[in-house]
Each structure stands twice: as structure tokens, then as C-alpha cells.
Design a protein around this ligand. Structure first.
Ligand code: ATP
Ligand code: MG
Length: 413
């Protein structure tokens, strides 16, 4: 019978890659606690309107990438393509306003119908951090310092740069938008089809185009700096000064825009040169307008999301996943000592030692097999003339660890 294949663009992750993936999540969990971000869990699917209203109908995500379907009750549902909209919905429907400013962290799977390639999947995973109900640039800075620390603790910050931009407040962004339309109109015929289409709908997104035909024009396009209001300039100045004070390196990227409509002020990406076209490992910014699109009161907010697969690739490439340690390997050389060996194995593990046992196959071969496991201690358990014998050998280990293990395995000796 033919085995059904996995869905295109999904991954089964195992081995070193899975270890790197787990390390990314564990490090995020540790770092977010240092910054006092609270954990939240949201559903993997939402009513389609949660995403279509907040992301904007003209974005790639909504127009081309969503997994939407009618459920058995004829309701249109969508597998979440990103976290922020669902978090904003949860914030409103649960009355989380009472906790504002609310620092939230989550992680999990997301779904986008994209062209699968290295670093780009249809089910992928993100780390996500948001501060909701905070208008001050201090929050933008806090999120960026946290992102910077995360990459450093993962051991992958070399070759990763923080690219920073501002999209200004609503009036600045609108003036810039009009200037971009003017400019791109005059090059219309030379732009990619997608960008010609964006010209009417969402001209900022042309700057975000990955099509080489658009690149020459995006470089010379009008810059936001010429349209920033005094207030927007002041806000951005405080973000830059905060990063400098905290020792976070950054570069200005005047053409950086975020793919989604709801961004204002700060926009940023951490980009590496080591993952080819899929070099953005973490991106985010301020989205002061989003909560209103979901029917809430004006609520300033800022956040970021990072692709776990892309981070894990960097972690694996950097060899930054420590090899598994195995403190004790037991070779059970006589089956009559099975119960004794099981008791010792359980005790070792309860006391915090990594331990395993070879207790199957020909008894004569078990010792050699156990010796190959690369444990720091090798214990053979035998029964000779009715007496239990434990033989413990340690290789290059600290004496006190050996003594503790010895005390468990052979307390009388
Ligand atoms: P891109 O420009 O690469 O399409 P994006 O702007 O769509 O990215 P965001 O929505 O900002 O990405 O998501 C944040 C991060 O999530 C990205 O920087 C990336 O690391 C990761 N990511 C986004 N889409 C995918 C995907 N299809 N597969 C794997 N990781 C992804
Ligand atoms: Mg995308």
C-alpha cells in the first residue's frame, strides 16, 4: 500500500535540527523571564476576519497566503499566519486591558501558503514578544534589547545586523506614501507585475519586494526622513538613543518597511548574510493602529516575531548546540540482576544524573556496546557466585561526581 506523503512545505524535524530547535525555544523562555514577559497561549485558528481586518486585504499574507476554510458550521476560519492579530483579539475579548502595559510572550506554529524553499515553509514556527498598551519609545527599546540578548545567548549574533527604520506617525506615513506613488508611477512599466499591482494598493510594499527587477528603483525611492513630523523624529531619536545606551548595535535602513499595513514608527529586522534570500531571522515594529481595526480603543503596541527554523539553522551551523552528556551507562551483564539494575537506574535519574542501560542482546556483548555510548561513567552490573558486583569506571571526570555516583550504585563499598 502506498504511504501518504507529508504536506508540501511542512517539515519533520529530528536529530541535530530538532535539538537546535529546542535550544532556541528554551533560550527564549529563559530570556523572556529576565525581561518579565508573561506567557500566553492562543488558539491556532481564528475567525478569518481577525486576520483580514487587521492585516489589511491588500497584504500578501491576506490576499495569497492564508489557509482559510469553511468549517462544518459554514464559518470561515483561518489557520493563524502570524501571532499579533490573534493576540490583539485575545487582548480585547478577555479584557486584558486591566494588565496594560502588558508584556506577552508566546511561540508555536503558523501557516502560510508560500512557495516552499530553504528557510521558507508552509507550516513554520515563531517566537513572539509583544508589549500592548505602551506608547513610549522605552518599550521599543526594551523589545530590541531583548532580541539582541536572545541572539547573543544563542551564540549566533555574529554576522547578524539590526536594521532599523521609522515609518513615522500616520501623517508622515501618508505623505511618504503619496511621494512613493508619484515616484514609482514614473517607472511603472519597468516594475515587476506584483509591484505594478502594489502601486495602487500598497506602494510601501514595493520597497519590500524581493524581485530583482524592482531593486534598482527601490534604492532611489523617496526616503521617509523627508516626510517625518517633528513628533515622529523625536520618537525615533529616543529609540536610537536607548539602543546606544544599552549597547545594542544597529544600522539605519531607510527603505525598510514591514509587510503588514498596521505598522507605525519603529520598524526593524535582524538580518543575517548566512541564510541566502531567507536572511531575516527576526522582525517587528510598532503597530499603534492595529487594535482599533479589531474594534478596540486606541491602544499603542509594539512587538516582534522570530522564525524558529531560521534561528535553529544558524544555531546548528554555529555548532552552538552542546553535545548530549551521558553521566552513567550501565551494562547489565547478568539478567538475574535486572531488578537491582532497574532500581539503580531509577535512583540515578531521580538524583539528576543522565543515565541509560544496555540490558538486551547477548550478555557478553552488552559491556562493549555500553562502552561505545561515550558516557563519563561506565558501570557493569554482574552476579558472581550469587554476589552482586558493581564495577564503576570514570573517564576524565570530577572526583565528587564520581563519588556521588558510586554512593548510589555501590553504597556499601
Ligand atoms: P519574509 O520577508 O521572509 O517573507 P515576513 O516579513 O513575511 O518575512 P514576518 O511576518 O515578519 O515575515 O515573520 C517574522 C519572521 O518569521 C521572519 O523574519 C522569518 O524569520 C519567519 N518567517 C516568516 N515566514 C516564514 C516562512 N514561510 N517559513 C519560515 N519562516 C518564516
Ligand atoms: Mg512573507
Amino acid at each position: 500500500m502506498e504511504t501518504p506523503q507529508a504536506i508540501r512545505g511542512t517539515q519533520d524535524i529530528f536529530g541535530a535540527e530538532a535539538e537546535a530547535f529546542a535550544r532556541v525555544v528554551e533560550t527564549f523562555e529563559r530570556v523572556r523571564k529576565l525581561y518579565r514577559f508573561r506567557r500566553a497561549e492562543m488558539p491556532v485558528f481564528e475567525k478569518t476576519a481577525v486576520f483580514s481586518r487587521s492585516l489589511g486585504e491588500t497584504t500578501d499574507v491576506v490576499s495569497k497566503e492564508m489557509y482559510s476554510f469553511l468549517d462544518r458550521g459554514d464559518e470561515s476560519l483561518t489557520l493563524r499566519p502570524e501571532f499579533t492579530a490573534g493576540i490583539a483579539r485575545a487582548y480585547l475579548t478577555n479584557g486584558w486591558q486591566q494588565h496594560a502595559p502588558l508584556k506577552l510572550a508566546t511561540h508555536g506554529p503558523l501557516f502560510r501558503y508560500e512557495r516552499p524553499q530553504k528557510g521558507r515553509y508552509r507550516q513554520f514556527h515563531q517566537l513572539d514578544a509583544e508589549i500592548i498598551g505602551a506608547a513610549e519609545p522605552q518599550s521599543d527599546v526594551e523589545l530590541l534589547v531583548m532580541a539582541d540578548q536572545l541572539l547573543k545567548e544563542l551564540g549566533i549574533s555574529d554576522g547578524v545586523t539590526l536594521q532599523l527604520n521609522t515609518l513615522g506617525d500616520a501623517p508622515s506615513r501618508e505623505a511618504w506614501r503619496l511621494a512613493l506613488i508619484d515616484y514609482f508611477q514614473s517607472h511603472r512599466a519597468e516594475l515587476s507585475e506584483d509591484s505594478q499591482d502594489r502601486l495602487e494598493r500598497n506602494p510601501l510594499r514595493i520597497l519590500d519586494s524581493k524581485d530583482p527587477r524592482d531593486k534598482p528603483f527601490t534604492a532611489d525611492a523617496p526616503k521617509i526622513d523627508d516626510f517625518l513630523s517633528g513628533e515622529a523624529q523625536d520618537f525615533f531619536g529616543k529609540v536610537c538613543a536607548g539602543l546606544d545606551a544599552a549597547g545594542v548595535e544597529w544600522t539605519r535602513a531607510p527603505a525598510l518597511v514591514r509587510g503588514l499595513d498596521y505598522y507605525r514608527h519603529t520598524a526593524f529586522e535582524f538580518v543575517t548574510d548566512r541564510l541566502g534570500a531567507q536572511g531575516t531571522v527576526l522582525g517587528g515594529g510598532r503597530y499603534d493602529g492595529l487594535i482599533e481595526t479589531l474594534g478596540g480603543a486606541h491602544t499603542p503596541a509594539v512587538g516582534w516575531a522570530a522564525g524558529i527554523e531560521r534561528l535553529a539553522m544558524l544555531v546548528a551551523d554555529a555548532g552552538a548546540v552542546p553535545a548530549d552528556t551521558l553521566d552513567v551507562m550501565i551494562a547489565l551483564e547478568n539478567d538475574e540482576a535486572f531488578a537491582f539494575a532497574m532500581a539503580k537506574l531509577a535512583e540515578l535519574r531521580r538524583k539528576g544524573f543522565t543515565a541509560d542501560i544496555v540490558a538486551t542482546g547477548s550478555p557478553k556483548k552488552r559491556f562493549d556496546k555500553a562502552a561505545k555510548a561515550g558516557a563519563t561513567h561506565l558501570a557493569s552490573i554482574n552476579l558472581i557466585d550469587g554476589d552482586l558486583r558493581v564495577n564503576l569506571r570514570g573517564a576524565n571526570v570530577d572526583e565528587s561526581q564520581t563519588q556521588s555516583i558510586h554512593a548510589i550504585l555501590a553504597p556499601g563499598l
